[in-house]
Design a binder for this molecule. Structure first.
Ligand SMILES: CC(C)(COP(=O)(O)OP(=O)(O)OC[C@H]1O[C@@H](n2cnc3c(N)ncnc32)[C@H](O)[C@@H]1OP(=O)(O)O)[C@@H](O)C(=O)NCCC(=O)NCCS
Length: 135
């Protein structure tokens, strides 16, 4: 059975299932609902009739973009599908975003190995990523 990357954000149910499967921090359903509606662009990796991976870009559409939610279900990893998802997101940015766009992401090691293949470089020590979770 082949895989296809479609230019659609996943459903809330698939989003929550894929984040869990990928070991990413889960979000409340209301948060996911709101967040998915606000994405700049998103793709879903389909195998048969099932969503088995995803990737999204959030941002202001002009200056700043962030790559988030890159996941391939464990059973389908190691087959070049993460690259396929990243390739689709980067192609979209190259086609639609201004040349001066600042594209960033927070890489969970060892996924940084995937992102370096698409031109991403660590920003430290000049700048360091900082984050917090609002409670
Ligand atoms: C990261 C992830 C999406 C990669 O998906 P994948 O389909 O297995 O990736 P690919 O087969 O396309 O491999 C892409 C590259 O990533 C690197 N890579 C991916 N997983 C890796 C791992 N576990 N260890 C080391 N390198 C890895 C490799 O360098 C590989 O390139 P290569 O084959 O040319 O060496 C997948 O492992 C995943 O869903 N992980 C859990 C969720 C996660 O951590 N997401 C990233 C959040 S920042």
């Amino acid at each position: 059975m082949s895989y296809s990357v479609i230019p659609e954000t996943p459903s809330v149910a698939d989003y929550m299932r894929l984040r869990l499967a990928g070991g990413l921090t889960p979000f409340a359903e209301e948060a996911a609902q709101k967040g998915l509606g606000g994405a700049y662009y998103g793709v879903t990796l389909i195998h048969g009739d099932k969503a088995v991976g995803m990737g999204r870009i959030i941002g202001d559409g002009g200056c700043f973009f962030q790559i988030v939610d890159i996941v391939v279900e464990p059973a389908h990893q190691g087959k070049g599908l993460g690259k396929k998802i990243m390739g689709a997101l980067m192609d979209h940015l190259k086609e639609h975003a201004p040349k001066s766009a600042y594209v960033s992401l927070m890489a969970d090691v060892p996924a940084d190995k995937l992102y370096t293949q698409f031109g991403f470089k660590p920003t430290a020590p000049r700048s360091i990523g900082m984050a917090q979770v609002l409670r």
